[in-house]
Design a protein around this ligand. Structure first.
Ligand code: FAD
Length: 290
């Protein structure tokens, strides 16, 4: 199908963008990799597309005060390649390589992915696992939202009308992750390489003297958005990372998720896929391949 007719305006700066977005029929466009498809399917019919793709205020990757700041316009390709991201948030770099295909990764942005909030998307789950902060702004000023509170349901977020994501801030441990006991991994199952996940798991563990001191597990593709698996986390804490504790975690997962049927299969199949990806993500950390 073709998109409905719309007008187009390129914002020169953030203030410009807010002025255009004051029109309730306007919508921001960044990489266009989700929005253009949703227009073609007539899932939304904005009368004005506001191109935010050249806003310097939404660009760049920096580290200061133990925070990695990733501009909302950072593309998936840049996430995978940027040296600061690879050092301080290797999970994001790894996840970015799982998104779609190179052409889409060259244009799609982290801000667009988080704002679109597809339940099977990798980056929303990663920012929840990393306890990131989503920095949003509007003509009224800036707000900072914990990633876990940002995703509010199927394709919906805490963004208010006229608000834009400007950046994502990830806490940085005192020493880079490779030399501390924090370990992360992401594993997903999809029908073909580049497809959205049928089920995925993001794992962040803090290991102390070979024991799991803290676990943060986020599942995706098995609910309306990224799901914090708190029962799994509780089951893992104070155990060593072994085949037995992985089995405990997989059993606990049943209480954390209630997958709806989707185009890939029914709830039981989704539960089984979720157990598999969780087991593989924990194994990846256990065997040191993460
Ligand atoms: P756009 O399409 O420009 O915008 C998407 C939405 O976000 C719009 O509503 C827009 O108004 C809003 N928006 C954009 N930027 C901002 C901002 N800074 N602040 C507030 N709102 C904003 N994604 C995955 O995660 N995993 C996949 O496996 C995957 N596979 C794909 C396969 C195909 C064939 C295609 C076409 C897309 C796929 N995607 C996948 C989606 C892709 O990653 C998109 O790039 C991403 O979801 C949206 O980023 P974007 O910059 O293109 O956003």
């Amino acid at each position: 199908m073709k998109s409905p007719p719309f007008a187009y305006a390129r914002a020169g700066n953030l203030a410009d963008a807010f002025a255009f977005l004051a029109d309730p029929e306007a919508k921001a466009i960044a990489g266009g990799q989700s929005l253009l498809a949703s227009l073609a399917f007539r899932l939304s019919q904005p009368t004005l597309l506001v191109d935010i793709g050249r806003l310097s205020e939404l660009s760049g990757v920096t580290v200061s005060d133990r925070r990695l700041r990733i501009g909302a316009l950072t593309t998936h390709t840049q996430l995978a390649r940027n040296a600061l991201i690879r050092l301080h948030a290797p999970l994001l770099a790894e996840a970015a390589t799982m998104i779609a295909h190179p052409a889409i990764r060259n244009r799609g942005t982290i801000g667009g992915s988080l704002a679109y909030a597809d339940p099977a998307a990798e980056l929303p789950a990663c920012v929840v696992a990393l306890e990131a902060t989503i920095v949003v702004a509007s003509a009224e000023g800036e707000r900072r939202i914990a990633a876990a509170a940002f995703f509010t349901g199927l394709l919906s977020t805490a963004l208010a009308e006229g608000e834009l994501i400007t950046a994502i801030e990830v806490p940085v441990p005192e020493l880079p992750m490779q030399t501390t006991s924090d370990r992360t991994a992401i594993v997903e199952l999809s029908r073909r390489s580049g497809d959205y996940a049928m089920a995925g798991a993001v794992v962040k563990l803090t290991l102390e003297a070979a024991q799991i001191a803290r676990a943060r597990i986020v599942m995706f593709g098995v609910g309306e958005g990224p799901l914090l698996a708190n029962l799994v986390s509780a089951a893992l804490v104070s155990h060593d990372l072994s085949a037995a504790s992985i089995a405990l975690a997989q059993t606990a997962l049943d209480g954390d998720i209630d997958p709806p049927e989707d185009q890939h299969g029914g709830p039981e199949m989704k539960r089984q896929l979720a157990r598999v990806v969780l087991g593989r993500a924990l194994t990846k950390i256990m065997t040191g391949s993460a």
